[in-house]
Design a protein around this ligand. Structure first.
Ligand SMILES: C[S@@+](CC[C@H](N)C(=O)[O-])C[C@H]1O[C@@H](n2cnc3c(N)ncnc32)[C@H](O)[C@@H]1O
Length: 406
């Protein structure tokens, strides 16, 4: 069991999720030896950060900030002083001495004494989380946190908005918001469910869902499953690698599949039959998830067509009942017109009673997509995205069929 005061836990969470150090609060009311011990044990020599360290770029800023504050403490109190291993580590983060003048090409900005603008490098990022209903005992009397009550999500991710021409190599705020919703409703939404994520990116939401499935679904249930999908093979490969990182409980989930799904296939008569077979025949998800997929107005018709395809009711042949499906979509509102287009197209979307695939005749039932806005959690479990962390910009919608009468 590792007990930390709330202030030190906030620094741990900040370091692990690359919060800029100038937004962190250095504790003032704690003893100097407790603070020194925290930086040494919970950060510098932590086995987790040995395997999954934040980028060197970030660590340089963090340790500069920490050392500056630790040295102030050293001046106040003789009982503790900054451990030499912290200085050694900070020095090890510095680049080796550069080439001698004339021996290699040197950026002219260096010669002019101007800082080089280096784009942030990719980094491991770790977020702490827990299911709130698991009981109050994680808050130990005295305002301390038992860190072993928390699970972690670790990802290798890009720290820029676009890398290699895609937005999918980092985690977006809408994923945090949707994750928080699922974490707060695991029994209703995740337990015993087959789940499909569209445009999954590098897997933040998938790690949460796969971990929740491990937590809340009976181990021998054959019906559960998680399918992660994206248009981009490299992203999907990174998603798989992240989900399998040993630090997250998702690594233990054996019911995860990965599929390339391009939403535009839902609008193309040539590709629709195989997409239908994949989505309905193979994946057959009860719950469809999507975070930050509504950013390009030209993609909206294809996205809606894909969601519609996913929500075709599931027939249970033994009981001749249909099981309604649901989609939860979180949207970051960057442009009100894009959101309006998305909602008006979704609300006008009709359902199909059958696809006759060889002839591709589509019969419409007259059923509509029902779109409801959901109330989000007010708490913020996860820290730091590249966008401003304003939850008010993110809206959460539930899509379902108005009436299932097939
Ligand atoms: C803004 S990112 C969101 C990633 C992730 N859901 C998140 O919230 O962190 C949008 C994702 O949609 C995927 N995407 C874009 N166009 C797509 C399409 N036509 N079909 C399927 N996925 C697409 C991208 O590859 C990218 O992973």
């Amino acid at each position: 069991m590792t007990l930390l005061t709330l202030e030190l836990f906030e620094i741990l969470r900040g370091f692990s999720s690359l919060v800029p150090p100038n937004s962190l609060i250095f504790p003032t009311r704690l003893s100097s030896s407790l603070i020194h011990d925290f930086f040494l044990t919970s950060i510098l020599t932590s086995p987790h950060f040995k395997i999954f360290p934040p980028s060197v770029q970030y660590q340089k800023q963090f340790w500069k900030w920490a050392i500056t504050h630790l040295e102030t403490l050293d001046g106040d109190e003789a009982s503790a002083s900054t451990d030499p291993r912290i200085y050694d580590h900070y020095i090890s983060l510095m680049p080796p001495p550069g080439p001698a003048l004339g021996s290699a090409k040197i950026d002219s900005r260096c010669l002019q004494g101007l800082p080089l603008q280096v784009p942030p490098s990719q980094s491991y990022v770790t977020h702490f989380w827990r299911v709130p209903s698991e009981g109050p005992e994680y808050h130990v009397p005295g305002g301390t946190i038992n860190t072993t009550e928390y699970e972690t999500v670790t990802l290798l991710e890009s720290r820029t908005t676009i890398e290699s021409g895609t937005t999918g190599l980092r985690t977006w705020l809408a994923s945090f918001v949707l994750s928080e919703y699922l974490i707060n409703h695991p029994a209703d939404l995740v337990r015993n469910k087959r789940i499909l994520e569209l445009g999954s990116g590098i897997g933040f939401l998938g790690i949460i869902v796969a971990s929740l499935q491990q937590d809340v679904s009976p181990k021998n249930t054959s019906n559960i499953g998680l399918c992660m999908s994206d248009i981009n093979e490299d992203i999907l490969q990174r998603c798989k690698e992240n989900i399998q990182l040993s630090s997250s409980e998702s690594a233990l989930n054996r019911n995860i599949s990965y599929r390339i799904i391009d939403w535009s296939s839902a609008l193309d008569p040539e590709t629709l039959p195989s997409l239908y077979q994949l989505i309905q025949g193979e994946i057959n998800a009860d719950l469809v998830l999507g975070a930050d997929l509504v950013f390009d107005p030209t993609l909206i018709p294809a996205l809606i067509a894909t969601i519609k395809l996913c929500l075709q009711p599931k027939h249970v042949s033994s009981t001749s009942k249909t099981i309604p499906k649901m989609a939860l979509i979180s949207v970051t509102v960057r442009n009100q017109n894009t959101l309006t287009t998305f909602l008006s197209l979704a609300q006008g979307a009709f359902f199909l009673s059958s696809y006759n695939l060889p002839l591709l005749t589509l019969k419409y039932t007259g059923e509509h997509l029902r779109v409801e806005e959901l109330k989000k959690q007010s708490q913020t479990l996860f820290l730091e995205t590249i966008e401003n962390n304003n939850h008010d910009n993110v809206k959460l919608f539930r899509f379902s069929l108005q009436n299932v009468s097939m």
